[in-house]
Write a protein that binds this ligand. Structure first.
Ligand code: GTP
Ligand code: MN
Ligand code: MN
Length: 607
């Protein structure tokens, strides 16, 4: 059978044979109306955003330049962990914390989902690079998508288009490998059928084929499920690459901290989704003379340099930040970033004068259009913005982005923080007793669930290194990889590991610690511990500062509250032990023996 050629398919701006073959194969399977190769130009952005406005997907804001409001389908607002699969050949390689399906079975199922899925739509071919384009071994990908919203979002979040495509051939003209990322919203259009503003399907699959380094995503347009360079590539697939190649792909921010004496330290920090990474990455210190600059707010790739120190790179090029709670008091740098325009806002509220609003931004206006596209007033009794609403904005617009964010060599990390959202038990900051104890703190990290993933909010779950939803292989192997990484280097070259909790609560559920800019006081203590100038108390769970060891100059918070956030309540910790035990049992045989020993030692110290 011969079919009519698909317009645009042959206008490929590359000779990369594997890429050409794959694009053709996908086009023949999904049968789009036309194929568009994205170049990442401003003209292309203008064309696509105009088209999305006409389709009713985007509303152009009048209050911010080149910025748009978008409301998703109310059933497509967050990552779908239940529908996220690791399709390794062996079930055991996905481990107990991932949904697994046989790759052959998954391909059979999803091939049928993808068959004809792009009918009536444009298929966009989006070449991208995760990490600096100047890297020796650039990490390339191509996302094929039938969503123009995804194509424009990828331009913000990654180094995308012609500049990335140029790297598909190396200096000798040899074809480089890339990760094929296939995405469809799963809503084909019959001839003449009217489209909806946010097409998606009730059936969703977010599938990863780690051995083949391939991603297939079907049915969702939400960023975490559809911007495949982000969680799918830079965490799930990259974690598999990293284990094989001896590096780390982590759910971490990267920040630069400069002391009044102009000493520079770089800090990486892993907190679960919606637990403060973006806010910490853009922190405005409240202590005199200290300066924070941003390198990344969500993902860090870390490898050892020739000097045996651990160097971190941010693979992304934009921020996909949680909107609610962000305002001029909590995160002024995020506000300044989005103020400059070129930003997509998804599931926030729209004001009558063409601006955006969300909870946490102060007094709401008398009337809004809610994320559900309904009239909203302060009497409506429900949030105007979805709790997982997001802004998608270029990293280059952030006024405190450190210039070295684009350095392919990365920056040497002095400290790693692991943190979660815990109402009790976990003190404001604890310094580990060394790398292996630090890995134990990361491995047993726990946090109350948030709106960033579909499911119940506020339930405490273990979230190793804040990577539970993102480890592309067996969690036990992942923890062993962390232990092994620590053997690459001498103790004095390894980052010092800390455990933090900004979310401890007092009576009536109020936060004991003011957080945000005040967290600079905690970073300062961590750095002073590294430099050997701050004091700490040895406790069964690690080293904890006294109130005297922290710089509390000018802090409004009552000293009793600070003391309460620092308290090591041994009874609460003893109650934690069986929960850690249970979590370790979940991981099973592959749990590194070192971590069992750490647990035994902790149990003994608490006895
Ligand atoms: P993902 O982007 O989903 O990975 O999350 P994230 O870790 O970047 O979380 P983010 O910084 O966006 O913070 C999420 C929520 O936590 C927001 O509502 C913030 O207002 C709140 N938050 C962040 N930092 C602090 C803090 O220091 N104290 C308190 N109380 N809340 C905070
Ligand atoms: Mn995240
Ligand atoms: Mn974030």
């Amino acid at each position: 059978m011969t079919t009519a050629p698909i317009p645009g398919l042959d206008r490929a701006p590359t000779t990369h044979r594997r890429l050409l073959a794959w694009v053709r194969e996908v086009a023949e399977l999904t049968t789009p109306e036309q194929v568009v190769w994205c170049d990442g130009s401003q003209g292309e952005w203008d064309r696509l955003t105009t088209r999305l406005v006409e389709a009713g997907t985007l509303v152009r804001l009048t209050a911010k330049p080149n910025s748009f409001w978008c409301a998703s389908d109310p059933a497509d607002v967050a990552r779908v962990e239940e529908r996220t699969f690791i399709c390794s050949r062996e079930r055991a390689d996905a481990g107990p914390t991932n949904n697994w399906m046989d790759p052959v079975d998954m391909k059979i199922i999803m091939t049928e989902q993808f068959r004809g899925a792009m009918r009536g739509r444009t298929m966009y071919v989006v070449p991208f690079c995760m990490g600096p384009l100047g890297a020796e071994d650039p990490k390339l990908g191509v996302e094929i998508t039938d969503s123009a919203y995804v194509a424009v979002s990828m331009r913000v979040m990654t180094r995308m288009g012609s500049q990335a495509l140029a790297a598909f051939l190396d200096d000798e003209g040899t074809e480089r490998d890339f990760v094929p990322c296939l995405h469809s919203v799963g809503a084909p259009l019959a001839p003449g059928q009217q489209d909806v503003p946010w097409p998606c399907d009730n059936t969703k699959y977010i599938s990863h084929f780690p051995e083949e380094r391939m991603i297939w995503s079907y049915g969702s347009g939400y960023g975490g499920n559809s911007l495949l360079g982000k969680k799918c590539y830079s965490l799930r697939i990259a974690s598999v690459m990293a284990r094989e190649e001896g590096w780390l792909a982590e759910h971490m921010l990267i920040l630069k901290l400069t002391s009044p004496q102009q000493k520079v330290h770089y800090i990486a920090a892993a907190f679960p989704s919606a637990c403060g990474k973006t806010n910490l990455a853009m922190l405005e210190p409240t202590i005199e003379g200290w300066k924070v600059e941003t390198l990344g707010d969500d993902i860090a790739w870390m490898r050892f340099g020739e000097d045996s120190r651990l160097y971190a790179v941010n693979p992304e090029f934009g921020f996909f930040g949680v909107a609610p709670g962000t305002d001029w008091h909590t995160n002024p740098n995020a506000m300044r970033t989005v103020e400059r325009g070129n930003t997509l806002f998804t599931n926030v509220a729209l004001t009558d004068d063409g601006d955006i609003w969300w909870e946490g931004m102060g007094e709401p206006p008398a009337h809004l259009t809610s994320w559900k596209k309904q009239d909203w007033t302060p009497a409506s009794g429900e949030p105007a913005a979805h709790p997982n609403s997001r802004y998608c904005t270029p990293i280059t617009q952030c006024p405190i982005t450190a210039p070295e964010f684009d350095d392919p060599n990365g920056v040497p990390i002095s400290a790693i923080l692991f943190g979660g959202r815990r109402a009790d038990t976990v003190p404001l900051i604890t310094e580990s007793r060394g790398w292996e104890h630090g890995v134990f703190l990361g491995a047993t990290l726990s946090s109350e669930t948030t709106a960033a993933a579909v499911g119940k909010v506020g339930v405490v779950r273990r979230d190793p290194m804040a990577m539970l939803p993102f480890i592309g292989y067996h969690a036990g192997d992942y923890l062993q990889h962390w232990i092994t990484m620590g053997k690459h280097s001498d103790a004095d070259k390894l980052p010092k590991i800390f455990h933090v909790n900004w979310f401890r609560r007092g009576e009536e559920g109020r936060f004991l610690w003011p957080g945000f800019g005040e967290n600079s006081r905690i970073l300062k203590w961590a750095i002073e511990r590294i430099e050997g100038t701050a004091s700490a108390v040895a406790t069964p769970i690690g080293y904890v500062p006294t109130t005297a060891a922290l710089d509390l100059t000018g802090l409004d918070t009552p000293i009793e509250d600070v003391r309460a956030t620092l308290k090591v309540d041994e009874a609460q910790w003893r109650a934690e032990l069986p929960l850690i035990e249970e979590w370790f049992d979940t991981i099973g045989d592959k749990l590194p023996a070192t971590l069992r020993e750490e647990l035994d030692a902790l149990t003994e110290r608490l006895a």
